[in-house]
Design a protein around this ligand. Sequence first.
Ligand code: SF4
Length: 341
Amino acid sequence: MNKQEGSSVVSLRNQNGLPLLEVTDLHKYFRVRSSGGLFGKKNNLKAVDGVSFSVSRGETLGIVGESGSGKSTIARLLLKIDNPTSGVIKFNGRKLSGLLPVELRKLRQHMQYVFQDPLGALDPRMKIIDQVTEPLIIHNIASKSECHDKAAELLRSIDLKDHTFYRYPHELSGGQRQRVVLARALIMEPQLLVCDEPTSALDVSIQAQVINLLARLRERMGLTMIFISHDLNIVRHICERVSVMYLGKVVEQAQIDLLFNSPAHPYTQALLSAIPIPEPGLNRQRIFLKSDPPSPIDLPSGCRFHTRCHRAKPGCAERIPELKSLKNGQLVACHLAHGEI
Ligand code: SF4
C-alpha cells in the first residue's frame, strides 16, 4: 500500500536476533542558572544520566518515576524531538544520530508518540476523521478515499461510532479524544509506540478502558511499546518489564512480577507500599519517603536517593551504587541490596 516502500532509504526489514530498540549510556544535560537571576552561576541539570536498556520486538517496557525523574526526557530523545548530550540510540540496528533528515522522516513513520494531553495533541479546527487521515496523506501512502476508508476502519476498531468522525475534538469526551490520538499514532502502523502518561488526564474508570484498548491493540498489531507513567499500579496492567527511575538514573529494572513480588531497591519498595491491596483485611506497611526530592541541579553525593531512603547507611553518601544484577536477574543500583555496606 505504501507508494514509497520501494525507495525507503532506511531499511526496516526484520533483523532477527536484534532488539527493536537499544539505548546505551544515554545522557541529557541542560545548562541552567541555579540562582542569582540573569547573572547566577550556570550548572548542569542532569535530566538523564547514563541510562541503558533495550526493548525486544513485541515487548512492552514500562518506565516509572516521579515527576523530574527523566522519564519524559527519555521519550523526547527516543523520538529525536531533542538530541542527547551523549549516548547511543539504535532502532532496528541503526543509530539515530547518524541519520539524514530524509532518513529520519521515514523512520518517524515507524516510531509514534502518544501524548499525555489528548486535547493539546489534536488540532481544534480539524474534524476527527481528517486528523486521523492526515498522516497517511502527508506521507503519500494512498489515494484520498483509500486513506479515508482506512482511518474510518481504524476508528471503528477502537470503538468510536461513525457519527463522531465528523466532530471536532472539543465535542468528544476525554476518553474518546485519547482514542483519536491513539488512532492517529497507529494509522501509520508503527513498530514502536511511545506512550507518555497516556491516561493521566483521564478519570479512573476511563483509564482502565484505555489500558485495555492498548493491550488489545498491542496483541492485534504486534506492537512494541514503551509505557511511561508515574503510577506503578497502571504499569502492572500493561507492561512485561519495568525500569524504575530516580533523578535521571535507572535504580531498578526487572520483569513486572519479580518487581512486585520482591522489590529490591528501597525507592521501589516505597512506591509499591503506596499501592492499596485489593483484598479486604490485607494491608501493606506504608513506607514514607523522608523529604521532598532534592534539586536536580544540586544532586546529593553517592547514592542520589540517600537523603530520602528509609534504609540508608553512612556509606551510602560516599559511593555511587552501580546498576548491576542480583542472582535472579533483577538489576538494582543499591549498596545494601548487593551486600556492599
Ligand atoms: Fe538507600 Fe543506600 Fe541503597 Fe541508596 S545505596 S538506596 S541510600 S540503602
